[in-house]
Each structure stands twice: as C-alpha cells, then as structure tokens.
Design a protein around this ligand. Structure first.
Ligand code: GDP
Ligand code: MG
Length: 225
C-alpha cells in the first residue's frame, strides 16, 4: 500500500532472466502485487521471477502489447505501475513517481527517459528515432509528449475501462498514452526518470518497430477522424 492505494506492478518479459532478477530484488516493499508476464521465454525468467515472489503468468503468443493486456486483466491494485524486465527503468523511482502522481493529481503519469544521462543507455539512432516518434505523436494529438515510447507508466486501474487498446505489439506503448490523452476525464502528466543501460539482449527491432509505430500513430489518428 502506498498512502492507502493498493499498488500493482506489471512487467512484460521475453527472455529477461538477468534483468528480472535485479528488478525484483529492488522492488520497494510497499508494492502489493508484482505480476510478471512471461512471454514464452526460453530461459529461466519464469523460475527466477517466481522464486523472488512475483505472480508469474504466461502468455504464449509473443507481443509486448499482448503481454500487457494479459497482465492488466489480472491486476487488482488501485494503481498500476509498469516497467521493462531488463533493469533499464529504475524500480527505486516508483515512490518518486507515486509522489508526483498524487501531487499532480494525475490519472496517467508517463516516466520520460529524457534527457538521458547515462551515456551507454541509448544509442544516437535510438534517441533520434524516439524524438521523431514523440514529435509525430505531439503534432498529431496536439499535446507535447517528450517520450512517446517510454515503457514506465503509473495510472489508475479504473481508467482502463474506457480505453480502446488494440495494439498487440510495441505500438502499445504509444497507444496507451494516446488513450490516456483522449480519455474524457483522465489527467495526463509526464516527468523525467533516470534511464540506464539494459541487462541482457535487446528485443526491439529499431527499423521495423520504429516504422510500425509511426504507421500505427497515423492510423490511430486518422481512423478516429
Ligand atoms: N520486443 C518485445 N518485447 C517483449 C515481448 N514480450 C515481452 N517483452 C518485454 O518488453 C520489454 C521491452 O523490450 P526491450 O527490448 O527492452 O525494448 P526497449 O526498451 O524499447 O528498447 C522487455 O522487458 C521485454 O522483455 C515481445 O514479444 N517483444
Ligand atoms: Mg527496455
């Protein structure tokens, strides 16, 4: 519990045996429920997560968005916090984010990875791709978003009810932010966190995922009218 709110952390994992161990070891004690969605990993991700006290659920079909949707459907907290299983987002920042979430009276708080302070955390190509995607989203949805691709969010579980989350892939990250922005009553806020280099192998395919996410943005904007 954090100030009378039940906190659920949801972590999607595809072969993150190295990262998930560090993430779970650093999970703050006030977190009530940690759900690891094992996306058909072929390494020891599930065993390790289970041994460290997480609720492990398996999603056999690969996909970042698909994993999140499954995790959210089982979450029982008032507030859901997300992060990657690769130890690139700091679990120590959860209390800081919750404080900001409450102080700003937000319903959806996006943790921006920018400015990146750790030289090894993100390549120039990745920074550039992220900037292009964030500018595109900001222009299409009339609101400045510094990090449309961040995987760390804090939100009230109740707002999921009125969100239309269709993406099963990497575009899920921008989609949930768009749905929060367009939500009739939810307040969207964004603050910076310290992002560091991941453990284990990167699962993102920069060109494929980058273009798919850009295309998804356009579809989401213009299909809505
Ligand atoms: N790309 C990808 N990531 C997945 C999938 N299922 C779960 N994940 C997890 O989603 C997170 C994001 O992937 P990552 O490679 O860190 O991408 P990045 O943080 O955008 O560079 C990691 O914790 C992955 O283990 C999947 O099918 N595809
Ligand atoms: Mg990552």
């Amino acid at each position: 519990m954090y100030k009378n709110l039940k906190i659920t952390v949801v972590i999607p994992c595809l072969n993150e045996e190295q990262g998930i161990e560090q993430v779970l070891r650093r999970m703050p004690g006030f977190v009530d429920e940690t759900i690891v969605v094992d996306n058909a990993s072929t390494d020891r991700t599930a065993e390790i997560a289970q041994s460290l006290g997480a609720i492990v659920i398996r999603e056999d079909v690969r996909g970042y968005g698909r994993s999140y949707k499954k995790g959210f459907s089982l979450a029982t907290g008032d507030v859901i916090v997300t992060l990657d299983g690769d130890h690139s987002y700091p679990p120590d920042a959860i209390s800081y984010l919750l404080e900001a979430f409450l102080h700003l009276e937000a319903d959806f708080l996006n943790a921006s990875r920018f400015p990146v302070r750790d030289r090894h955390a993100m390549s120039f190509k990745h920074k550039f791709g992220n900037l292009v995607l964030s500018i595109a989203m900001s222009m299409l949805f009339f609101r400045w978003i510094r990090d449309s691709q961040s995987g760390m969010w804090v939100f009230r579980r109740a707002i999921l009810e009125r969100m239309k989350l269709e993406s099963d892939g990497m575009a899920f990250s921008e989609e949930i932010k768009i749905e929060a922005l367009l939500h009739p009553t939810a307040r969207f806020e964004e603050i910076s966190i310290l992002y560091t280099s991941r453990l284990g192998e990167i699962k993102l395919n920069p060109w494929r995922d980058g273009f798919q996410n850009l295309f998804f943005l356009l579809k989401k904007r213009f299909a809505r009218g």
